[in-house]
Every structure is written in C-alpha cells, then in structure tokens.
Design a protein around this ligand. Sequence first.
Ligand SMILES: C[S@@+](CC[C@H](N)C(=O)[O-])C[C@H]1O[C@@H](n2cnc3c(N)ncnc32)[C@H](O)[C@@H]1O
Length: 230
Amino acid sequence: MRNEMMHRPVLKDEILDLVRNRQRQMEGELGELQQQAYEDNVPIIPNETATFLRFFLKQMKAKNVLEIGTAIGFSGSLMAEAIGEDGHVTTIDRFDVMIRKAKANFEKFGLSERVTLLEGDAKEVLPTLEGPYDFIFMDSAKSKYIEFLPECLRVLRVDGVLMIDDVFQAGTIMHDIKDIPRSQRTIYRKLNKLYDTVLEHPDLTVTVLPLGDGVLMISKDVENIVIEEQ
Ligand SMILES: C[S@@+](CC[C@H](N)C(=O)[O-])C[C@H]1O[C@@H](n2cnc3c(N)ncnc32)[C@H](O)[C@@H]1O
C-alpha cells in the first residue's frame, strides 16, 4: 500500500516556520550579523542549519574545523564559538569583497586568533592543506562539490564529518532533467553525480537531511578513500 507520508513534502510551511523562526536565533553580535544578512539577502546558512551546526559541533567535540565558502564569516564565527577557545577554524574564500567583510567580523567578535582565512580558489588551496580535520563544512559553488570531494576526504580524519550544504536545488534535484532550466543543468548534473558517488560508496557513511535546501553528512570509515575519476 502506498505510504502517503512518503509522497508529501517533508517541510510544510508551518514546520518551516517552526524550525526557521521558532528555534532560537543566534545571540549577541553574531545574532545581529545573522539578522542583517537575512535582511540584505546575503547568502548565509538559514537558522535551522545554523542551529544544527552549533548543536552538532558541540556534541561531536570537534576541535579542528575547515570551511569552504566563508562569505561574511557568519558560519565561520558560529563554528569558532561552538568549538571553544582550544579549537580552530580554517576557512577559504576567493571573493575579495567577502574576504574584507569576514576579516572585519572575525576581528569584531574577537575570533581572529581562532580563525584562519585562506584567500584563493579552493581548487588551489585545498591541495596545500594537511589536516586532519574533525569537521569540514562545504558551502561554496555547488557545481564544484564533486570536484572538491576527494581533497575534502583526504584531509578529513577517520570518523570525521564532511557536511555539504544546499544539495536539493530547491527541491528539484530528483526531477527529470528535461524539466530543469538549461541554466541549471550543469549544477543539477554535478549534484546528482555527487549523490551517485557518495550514497553507494562502501567506505563512507552518509545521511541526507532536509535542513535549509538540504545537507549531505558524510563520514569516512577508513583512512584512504578511493573516488572514481570524475
Ligand atoms: C553561500 S556563501 C557561504 C556562506 C557562509 N558559509 C555562511 O553561511 O556564513 C558561498 C561563498 O563561497 C565562495 N566560493 C564559491 N566558490 C569558491 C571557490 N571555488 N573557492 C573559494 N571560495 C568560493 C563565494 O565567494 C561565497 O563567499
């Protein structure tokens, strides 16, 4: 018999309101940055993802964190605060306007010592990193996730977690490609390639969560993960 619950959107408007608006927003100056960014349509993570990120990092007691996609430094600051004074966040961005704003925010929040901002394209920066990282948050250009995956897995510790943001394409990721606007097809194909690669991989433990526009949580079970040539 058809299970009707399986064929309804996971998040109805009122549930979205609960997870996005009724869960506490961030406090203090970080909260002010969050609200300002939402008002100005700066693309930072939504509140339900921020809430989850903070909760999860504390539970897993992560200390060494990597982020790809700093923007104005909202999630970077949130993560630095969540992992505490003995933790460190390394974050990568290539856009000078964002880099300037992020630096000013890390300074303002007293986090400059606990956050290292690496300037440049993640394609060039990632191979220079050694890790190991307990947690990696990838929140950059979606079409590049599949390309950056092997490097992220190389520097992730065994049982560490790679969290990848925005993997639902506003809910269209499972639609037939002919229904996808041509301008979105490359992202659609690359994200589907990402799913194909990680969901069936024997050495990865993966879970997909309906937070924001979807997140993929990937944990590696062995040191060396082999990813087939893309
Ligand atoms: C969605 S924003 C990040 C938001 C941030 N994580 C937050 O929630 O506060 C994406 C950022 O990724 C950066 N980005 C995109 N592709 C990149 C790449 N290949 N290398 C470095 N940065 C990249 C963009 O410049 C942009 O600032």
